[in-house]
Design a protein around this ligand. Structure first.
Ligand code: SAM
Length: 246
């Protein structure tokens, strides 16, 4: 336990929109105030950890507890702002529960950006970005991230390929075969992106177009056909293991 009473396991950790600096009081919105006061049963003087995606993490003290408005005063920065490895996850939208899970795990595993890609066999026509962002915020609160992933608007595959930034490797998870994953990804540092297809996979034309792209690095995730969400998280975990410090 640190001298101000914060411990990793018991101190609530919340994402806030306000700027964070020593002594600058912030008042939480009603849902977070309710959570702190009534669910976590914090009292004036208790410590909370705050982050906003810009200013690192701060140890803050509960100053007052009104019914729907808890006020906190940041005291000291408890962690510097992280700079995540520059890895994007480009994934076709999936059905509700699966895309929520994917967003949560991508955040936990430290992706810098989640970019939904609409392909010929994508069956989900509307993505609720607010809901996905809420899952990523919750994951970041739980896992200790200080930087939230950027969540982009969905783009069609053809436009993604056309506008692709030339310096960024496009790691193409191809269920029909590719280079061995670990040996290949150890040679593909940031900036990089992983591309995962929808439940129905890519069409033959899409696979040909991706493979023809100069940034494409086709990889196999092994002999089994994985669900799209499993494939995405397996590829991100291997890339992070091979390319992130510590
Ligand atoms: N319906 C497709 C089929 O049977 O060929 C399977 C699509 S798979 C459920 C969805 C996506 O996960 C694929 O487009 C690919 O990006 C990725 N994927 C799944 N298994 C993979 C593997 N063994 N190697 C590379 N990518 C894989």
């Amino acid at each position: 336990m640190s001298e101000d009473g914060t411990t990793l396991s018991t101190t609530p950790r919340l994402f806030v929109g306000d700027g964070l600096s020593a002594g600058a009081a912030i008042t939480l919105p009603a849902p977070q105030s309710h959570y702190l006061a009534n669910v976590m049963r914090r009292q004036p003087g208790d410590m909370v950890r705050l982050f906003n995606g810009r200013d690192g993490e701060w140890a803050a003290r509960v100053a007052s507890l009104a019914k729907k408005a808890v006020t906190l005063v940041p005291e000291r920065q408890s962690a510097a702002q992280e700079v995540p490895p520059d890895l994007w996850l480009c994934a076709a939208p999936l059905k509700k529960g699966r895309i929520d899970w994917l967003a949560e795990k991508a955040c936990e595993l430290g992706v810098a950006r989640l970019l939904p890609v609409v392909t010929a066999r994508t069956v989900v026509d509307r993505l609720n970005l607010d809901r996905l962002m809420a899952h990523m915020v919750e994951a970041a609160e739980q896992c200790g991230r200080t930087a939230l992933p950027d969540l982009a608007e969905a783009v069609p595959l053809a436009r993604l390929l056309k506008d692709w930034p030339r310096e960024r490797a496009l790691i193409f998870a191809d269920e029909t075969g590719g280079e061995a994953l670990a040996a290949t990804l150890s040679l593909v540092p940031a900036p990089a992106a992983i591309l995962i297809g929808p439940e129905g996979g890519f069409t033959a034309e899409e696979r040909a177009a991706i493979r023809a792209h100069p940034a494409a690095v086709p990889v196999s995730l092994g002999p089994r056909i994985l669900r799209a969400d499993t494939a995405a998280i397996a590829a991100v975990a291997v890339w992070q293991a091979l390319n992130s410090p510590g």
